[in-house]
Ligand binder design. Structure first.
Ligand code: PMP
Length: 279
């Protein structure tokens, strides 16, 4: 079950795959990406991820890429690797060109992918819940586009780690809770779940969408509205969602315990429902 890389149609071991130094993704962050997971040899929400990839490409005025083409490239790589529980990273850059801020019209997209085994999160962490910190959101104003410009997310995650926490959530200058460094944020209040509406300030998470559907099916009410930082501490439960995160219950925020200080009932119910759907 090899870990493999795809570069513009060629599939080889990751260590033997190199991207040219003048790739605009490398020099300008001029690239978009997706991360897709499989469960039991089945890719989860592939269509939804590829639809979002297309939207991200439109957001950066990339030329159109045929959906069937990228879908068949993903299947090809997935089949070759033969992994049951895989994570496929896709990155598409505007292309390779002599370094210049503007680009020539005839530049060709550069498509790379890697496939690796998913390392499951320690079940103990999932059971006990995580500690998170809040960080002021200083990212750009198009966070709905999934570009590789995620340095601020990466720095916030590192800050959390350095403080002994698991992750960070972004809070706007005026106190609105946005999302995690690689996840969306939900809280549970009076049995309802509340999450940030889809605006340019957050990524439209695929897991967010799946969780909202699952919650509706179970009969849990959902509100998409702004959550203020002060509201956080009156929540009964809070959790993060993402392709790798799945659903992760939060036990403290900035050192303050939340609800019963461990993942609550609704968090656990939704986690079970998600695994059932994916497996
Ligand atoms: N927000 C951000 C900033 C992310 O990086 C991610 C993960 N890609 C998410 C939310 C969750 O998205 P998804 O559920 O599609 O993985």
């Amino acid at each position: 079950m090899p870990e493999l890389a795809y570069l513009n149609g060629d599939i080889r071991p990751i260590k033997e795959t190199y991207v040219p130094i003048e790739d605009r993704g490398y020099q300008f962050g001029d690239a978009v990406y997706e991360f897709i997971a499989s469960y039991n040899g089945k890719l989860f929400c592939l269509k939804e991820h590829l639809d979002r990839l297309q939207k991200s490409m439109e957001g950066l005025s990339f030329p159109k890429l045929d959906k069937e083409f990228i879908e068949s490239a993903v299947h090809d790589l997935f089949k070759k690797a033969g992994m049951q529980r895989a994570g496929i990273y896709i990155q598409i850059s505007r292309g390779v060109a002599p370094r210049d801020h503007a680009w020539e019209k005839d530049i060709k997209l550069q498509i790379i992918m890697t496939i690796k085994k998913v390392n499951e999160l320690d079940p103990e962490i999932r059971k006990k819940g995580i500690d998170i910190i809040t960080v002021q959101d200083e990212r750009w104003s198009n966070c709905d586009i999934k570009t590789v410009q995620i340095l601020f997310n990466s720095m916030a995650k590192q800050k959390a780690k350095d403080q002994g926490a698991f992750d960070a959530i972004f809070v706007s200058k005026d106190g609105i809770v946005r999302e995690g460094t690689s996840s969306n944020f939900f809280l549970v209040k009076d049995g309802n779940i509340i999450t940030h509406p889809l605006t340019k300030n957050i990524l439209p998470g695929i897991t967010r969408m799946v969780i909202m559907d699952l919650a509706r099916n179970i009969g849990i009410k959902i509100q998409e509205k702004f959550i203020s930082k002060t509201e956080l501490f009156s929540a009964q439960e809070a959790f993060l969602t993402g392709t790798i995160t799945e659903i992760l219950g939060i036990k403290t925020i900035d050192g303050v315990p939340l609800g019963k200080g461990k993942p609550g009932e609704i968090t656990q119910k939704l986690y079970r429902a998600l695994r059932e759907k994916a497996e």
